[in-house]
Ligand binder design. Structure first.
Ligand code: SF4
Length: 241
């Protein structure tokens, strides 16, 4: 894995923050809503998740016990807008079963303890992978556990801060080691906002097809020209064919 320069990663935040301001993310009125959203957002966009969450709120079901008491088929119907609704209803119920039966429905209790132990606890739940677990930890649990997603990976690869084979754990370790310049009291907000800024860059500029480097706040940090815009780059060849 290529070195992700500490200075570059810290500079990236300053550039994004200067352009976009603080993102005040993740959308969700309560920690429980954040956890539900983290499961529903797998393989879909946030707009679809919001529609599913609105359905649950309209039925006054945004409560661990009430939601767990709902038959799986009814839950699946309510979260249908989020896509993969049968799979997601099973995943949501797996999470709810642990929350209700092992932690008395209390997220505070579920998130209690050292971050690695709480993370392991979440990862043991069927259907909760590293990205979902870290989203819950960072945005609902008050734990500093950096979230890596497809936008992060794409931006890092294009800037040559990581190779295509870098694992989730490697990327996360690089970020957590490099972004430690703030005191621990400020780190939670810093990492929450850092991920939110990367998502914004990913959506608006660093698209899967042709990236919009010219207008991107991270352009000063490109190694040379953006790899994807060099002649004969994969995207250029694909666009020309
Ligand atoms: S759009 Fe270009 S400058 Fe912006 S993050 Fe992607 S590769 Fe970097």
């Amino acid at each position: 894995m290529a070195n992700a320069p500490r200075d570059s990663l810290q500079m990236a935040y300053r550039l994004m923050r200067r352009r976009f301001g603080h993102q005040n993310w993740w959308p969700g009125e309560t920690p429980f809503e954040v956890c539900v959203g983290a499961i529903l957002t797998q393989n879909t966009n946030w707009g679809n998740v919001e529609r599913a969450i609105q359905n649950l709120k309209r039925e006054q079901l945004m409560d661990p016990r009430k939601l767990f008491a709902l038959p799986e088929s009814q839950l699946a119907e309510l979260i249908r807008p989020a896509g993969y609704f049968n799979v997601k209803s099973r995943r949501l119920r797996s999470f709810l079963r642990v929350l209700v039966e092992e932690f008395d429905g209390s997220l505070d209790r579920m998130f209690q303890g050292e971050t690695p132990a709480v993370r392991r606890r979440l990862l043991e739940i069927k259907g909760i992978g590293p990205e979902t677990a870290d989203s819950m930890l960072l945005y609902a649990g008050g734990h500093t556990s950096f979230v890596i997603d497809a936008y992060t990976r794409r931006i890092f690869q294009r800037h040559e801060w990581c190779g295509p084979e870098a694992s989730y754990g490697e990327l996360q370790s690089v970020c957590m080691a490099a972004l430690d310049e703030k005191p621990s009291a400020e780190r939670l907000d810093y990492w929450q906002d850092y991920h939110a800024q990367l998502v914004r860059v990913g959506k608006e500029f660093c698209r899967a097809g042709k990236p919009r480097c010219e207008h991107c706040p991270l352009k000063p940090l490109l190694p040379q020209a953006c790899p994807e815009t060099r002649p004969n780059s994969p995207s250029q060849v694909a666009a020309a064919s």
